[in-house]
Design a protein around this ligand. Sequence first.
Ligand code: ATP
Ligand code: ZN
Length: 725
Amino acid sequence: MDRIRVLSLNAALGALDYSIPEGLDPVPGSVVVAPLGPRLITGIVWEAERLLSAPVPDEKLRPITEIVPVPPIGAPLRRLIEWTAEYYCASLSAVARMALASGGALKGPATTTEYRLSGGLPDRMTPQREKAIERLEGEQATIRELSEIAGVSEGVLRGLVNQGVIEPVEVDLHRPYPAPDPDHDVPELTAAQTAAADAIAASVTARRFEPFLLDGVTGSGKTETYFEPMAAALKEGRQILVLLPEIALTEAFLKRFSDRFGVAPVLWHSSLKSTERRRAWRAIATDPTEGGAQVVVGARSALFLPYAALGLIVVDEAHEISFKQDDGVRYNARDVAVMRARFEEIPIVLASATPALESLHMAASGIYTRLELDSRFGAAELPTIDTIDLTQEPPESGHWLAPRLVEELEKRLEQGEQSLLFLNRRGFAPLTLCRNCGFRFQCPNCTAWLVEHRLSQRLACHHCGHETQPPETCPECGEPDCLVACGPGVERIADEVAARLPEARIALVTSDTLSSPGKASAFIQQASSGAIDVIVGTQLVTKGFHFPELTLVGVVDADLGLEGGDLRAAERTYQQVAQVAGRAGRGEKPGLVLIQTRHPEASVIAALAAGDRDAFYEAETEARRSAGAPPFGRWAAIIVSSEDEREAKDTAFAIGGRRPQVEDIAIYGPAPAPMALLRGRYRYRLLLNAKRTANVQAVIRDWLAQFDVPRSVRINIDIDPYSFV
Ligand SMILES: Nc1ncnc2c1ncn2[C@@H]1O[C@H](COP(=O)(O)OP(=O)(O)OP(=O)(O)O)[C@@H](O)[C@H]1O
Ligand SMILES: [Zn+2]
């Protein structure tokens, strides 16, 4: 009897065996629907020899119900799913779910109905209807999605459908995306760009695995450079995946892409509407020669999609820590992308002006091919960098910008040039306290202060989303008008700029203000057209943007990232400041960067001011080597959490009490996590520091397998952690 093994998408079910009914012909990778008790489940047919399942006698096997009419998941992706689950100690099912993205992508009819405004007006206007009509301008989506966009109930929208104010539109889910033209607008590359582009293109045509580190200073034209091997892949009929760290960057990228290739690429990110997601998924799974997607640009979740003919992967701003996912399957998209390229036998490009130390080390070891662009494109020069020692040149009391920085801002305004002030802190002030009794506003669910957001008049927790209105009186002592905002956030800096430069047009750029692709592109449009004089922003504006008239960058507090003792703090500070500095002087006029700090002598600040990247990385490499930190050793964290503090603690200590004695692995903790309470859960951490020779995943798996913890306790394993809170 023919039996097949099916990997269920439900981790609790794992692998299940089925028989094959007459007329069906599943192969490894086929997506199937199968019965389980009274229900139907979805799964992927897997090679039986690679996947264990509970033994079931032949006569008890039930037949699968159907094979979903989508192309089978290819062997390279199946291997990637296995590798990811193994490496990150996650369940195969959880990783496989990322490949299928959504059940909705698989099933259902070839068309769907969406709705949009017809231009008509209702018989009777109500505030809700007015709000809907105002907010739905230019939108087309399902009723449910429109209701979210408009912030009104589905009932209100149905009422408008009945009146013809909102009309249905049939959407074909299989219509192909327009094809990018590799010859649309080909730039002339510089010699260094050509050399790099050719090296990558050669691997594209040879269809071989080769990781490239495209290490080019800010403004060197890395994008133009990797566009050429992308064009080569297009000509070969292959697909290209470009991973970007943030949606805000996607907008700028889309513009560059369509200038070069004539049309927009296919987008993939978590806020796609369900029909867009479904259409994109199907196009990605279809060969380009049969109308499939050719270029996909996305956030990290695009990495696990079932590309039919992947020919090249590009990870832009590859040093960004947002490639690390910190919930669910805790993977690093940059590292998994390299593995995908390996399984697919294709080249991959990691592009960055400030590569991760790990990536530089791989290049130095000869595992990655390093391609260097050491000067800016065209006439642009790298900016001049200077520090402002805040202990010597302090801002006026109650202010945050030193006199020299303010002077330079004024100068830019007079000359009609743009400035950018960077502070990695959203909101107005990170802490609010009572002048009378010292009470501090803290999140009830997290070990964190509430951050005042003056624009939205809220005190908000940046970890769990808890929000409350600032009270008139102190909740502790009852004094009126005694609450003071301590320290600056970007809103406060924007206020200070407005007070100093009343004529300046100021843009505040944070994830609060750039919360949608539409807002991001409006900002880019305004900044490029010169309608903004001063940009005040968080890390969101530090990288990727290219505004030629921007000539001054001020780093409001370079010491911020060095506090807290994060093991990568120095590297991250270096990257952030170097990236934001890289926004200055990208056009014809020279750029100036002023770094405000209380520790100009700190090695990272000194290296930034001297523009001496090599010295910084060398010192940092030595520090990592002696600490046994990545890339020389490996870290892994085990986080035990529960809503019940006792339970979290007891479990963590029970686990700690049976720690394995393994050579080459040191185990620290358990200890309360720095963020001892997060989203209402009490947290304890254990940290493992392993030599590269140790199989830390196997050790953790065997260790934790001994414990049968209550359902209310969660144990998360974080391999190669980036967050230590
Ligand atoms: N060969 C070229 N021909 C025409 N323009 C180019 C060329 N190379 C780069 N440019 C232009 O130079 C500017 C800087 O390039 P780009 O933004 O790609 O730099 P980058 O290396 O990605 O920098 P960053 O890392 O700072 O984002 C862009 O406006 C780009 O269009
Ligand atoms: Zn909170």
